[in-house]
Structure formats: C-alpha cells, structure tokens
Design a protein around this ligand. Sequence first.
Ligand SMILES: *Cc1c(COP(=O)(O)O)cnc(C)c1O
Length: 463
Amino acid sequence: MAKRKTKKQGKNWKKFWKLGTEEFNTQFLGMSKDGELTATEGHHIYNLHDLARKYGTPLQVIFPFVLEDRLKDLIGYFQAYIKIYGYKGKFFYHYPMKVNQNREFVLPLISEGANLEVTSANELWLVKKLWEGERFNNKIRVLCNGPKTDQYLDLIEELHGKGMNIVPIIEGPEEIERISKYKGDKGARVDLSIKSDTRWDKKFDRFGLSEKDILDLPKMKNLKILHYHLGSQIKTQKSILDAIKRGFGIYIELQKKYPSLDTLDIGGGFGLSHEKKKFYTAKVVSSKIIKLLKNLSDKAQVKHPNLAIEWGWYIVDPAQITIYKVISKKYIEKANARAWYIIDGSFMNDLKDTWAVHRKLYVIPANNMMSPLKRVWLAGSSCDSDDKYTAGGDYMLLPKIDGEDQYLAILDTGAYQDSLASHHCLLSLPAKIVAKDGEIKIARKHESAESVGKLFGWNGDHK
Ligand SMILES: *Cc1c(COP(=O)(O)O)cnc(C)c1O
C-alpha cells in the first residue's frame, strides 16, 4: 500500500483497491455497488462486510477454493511445460505443512494432489492421524525436514514400517548415522553457497550440509533426493534459476556416487507481491525451470531429474483474509499519517509474521470503499507500543471515518500467521470461518475470557 494518487470523483475504485487482478492475487475479489468488499467462488458471492457484522470481528475468513485453484493452476503449468519441452522427469508438489497446519488448509490441498513436507514430529503425528483415518492414499509421499529428534525418527520408522511413503532428509552431521541405516528412500539437504535475495541472511544459514560435506557423505542405499531451500519470499526469478544451476551441479556430482539419486527438490520461497508491478509469475518461472533442467541434463548427459517443489506461501497466503473493526481513532500531528485507527485485534498477536519480520500488509476497507480517503496508521488493541502497522513509516489511504462503522480487510494472511499467534494482554484470537460452496462454517468461535484464562491455568474456581 504505497502512496496513491488522491481521490477523484468517479474513479475506478475496483482498480484503485487492486481487486479482480491476477498479478495481485485478487482475481476472486470485487466490490458491491454499495462499496463493500466481495469474494466470488464460481456463482457464489460472499459479502465480507456482511460476514464481519454477522460473525463479529476480529474474523479470519478462509477460502478453500482459492487454495484449490492456485494449486491446480501451478501443477497444470508444470505438467504443460513438461509436455511441451519433452521433459522426461516427473513433477511433485509437496505442501510444507508449517506454512499453515489448519485442517481447512491441509485437506483441500491433499485432495488437489499435494504431497506433504513436515518439519517436526508433531506435524508428522498429524499426518499419521490423517493417514490412519484413511484421509489420503498411499501414493502421497511425505518428506521429513527439520531437526530429527529420536522421537521424530522413531515415528518416521514406525510409519515406514506400516507402508507410508515417507522420506527423511538429512539436514545435519548428527543425523547421518541413523538415517543412513534407514531402509526406505532418503534425501539430503545442501546449503548452497550462493547469494540469493531472500529474507534470510545466507551467511548464517544453519540448515543443511555444506556443499563439501554432502559430497563426503558415507555410502548408503536409496539416497533419492537432493534438497535445498533458499528461504522465503525470493525477490527475483534469477535467484530461483541460479540456485537450480548450482543445485544441479551438486546433483550430478552426487549421482556419480549414489546412482539411486533421481530427484531434485528445490524447496520453497516463491514470492508474492502486491506492490511491484512487474513481479515474476509462476507461469513464466515454471516454464523456465523445466527448460533449464532439460538443457542442463542434456548437456551433462544425465537422465532428466524428477522435480519436487515446496512453495508454501505462494499457494496459501491469498486464501485467508483477516477482518477488523476500527474501534477508535486518534489524530496525529506532523507525521506522514494524519490519524491512528485502532483496531479490535492485534498485529502482534494475530499477524505475528507481519509484525515480527516487517512483512508488508495489504490493507483495504471492507465497506465504504468509495468514500473520501485519509492518510492513516493502524494500531492494535494490546497495550504494547510496538503493536502497530505504519507501512514502514509511510501511510495507508483508508476511508475517512465520521461516526459510521468501518471494517478493514487485511488480505493475504493465510501463511505463517496462525501457528505464530499469541495472547498478549489476553486478547482473544480472531474467530475463524470457512467460506465454501456458498456456505459458511465456523471453524473457531470467538474465544471467551474463560477459554483464554484456561490456557494460563485458570481452571475452575480461581482460588
Ligand atoms: C519453510 C519451508 C518451505 C516453505 O517456504 P515458503 O517460503 O512458504 O514457500 C519449504 N521447504 C522448507 C524446507 C521450509 O523450511
């Protein structure tokens, strides 16, 4: 939400709020004739202002069809380019569960053909429960990243013994001994020594074996996957493609020692942007990836590797919107913004990923979308002075409030926010509803004082 030209009568408000635009991932969003935010699923229309009033704020709205459409499109791109270029390897999408572990996210993705990637024993335990409940078929492959505690490795072995297609990825020297004895397929993660423009500081990456150590791994059977992960929100397609070149170089070296190696897993990190006009797209990058891998393999005269990707953020972020109500305002003198709008929730608690890593928010009004605008900053309801969002000291343009109710929608809150959420000042978490097939299901009610108290041991009589 950078600076915008100021209002004009008769302007195209839908365009102004960047609705209905593929490049901003708002294809499904629009505006009612009364200036209220809407979401369209097939022939169904949801009015987000009505939902906010009916279910109360703070409110998270999940749109499973957005997840499904995004994954379907992504798999479609890769499959199409595999055909077009005559690529011989297979394509696998693995959903990195840590991005959002809620069942409303995981189940639709599995049904659209996602494999899984987990980062802890607890995530794997959820997968075990799903599998025991026969919620997915045996073709799904589960990749296991993250530090391998004994409990985690025991669970991996147990599930392998029961027939799950489960692949531990060696991430550190202390994991080599036990995983190299593991009977099933396995992988190894390399920390590529290249600079890439992500949010991570590569110099201090603590994940994965160094390029040298990975080539010095001991002999083992069934080493199938070479994996790397650059970090989140990669800024340019060049970084994605450079990493593939580097990773592929290691892949062919490693394959000389381990002929079983047949898959390159390029991890996550695909970015999304609602600011820059010319951000790279999945359609273009998928084509470049397949073409590049084909050319590199043909040149090196090796079989085209299978390709696995773990793009989490890209798939899930647009599938959830968080709505707040402005509960008060306060004038500011001499700043980029003219007023604070205080919302009935907390950036620090509910949008932690934003708050902690200075992620940009995509804030638009959920009603009064055609009203005159004001330069504002947003503040949360906790008593912490850092509980705010100022667009990096700049400002946001939002409707001027004159006594009427104002609701704000924060788009793209599907990734990384929920599992980081907290209860500072014992504020309640947002309620959560699922919009699907024209109907609304409540996934989490507004937390009562009693249920929040229980989290802190206040059970019963409080003596
Ligand atoms: C976090 C993570 C991902 C997902 O990253 P995104 O930025 O959400 O795409 C994928 N793979 C691994 C190993 C991760 O740690």
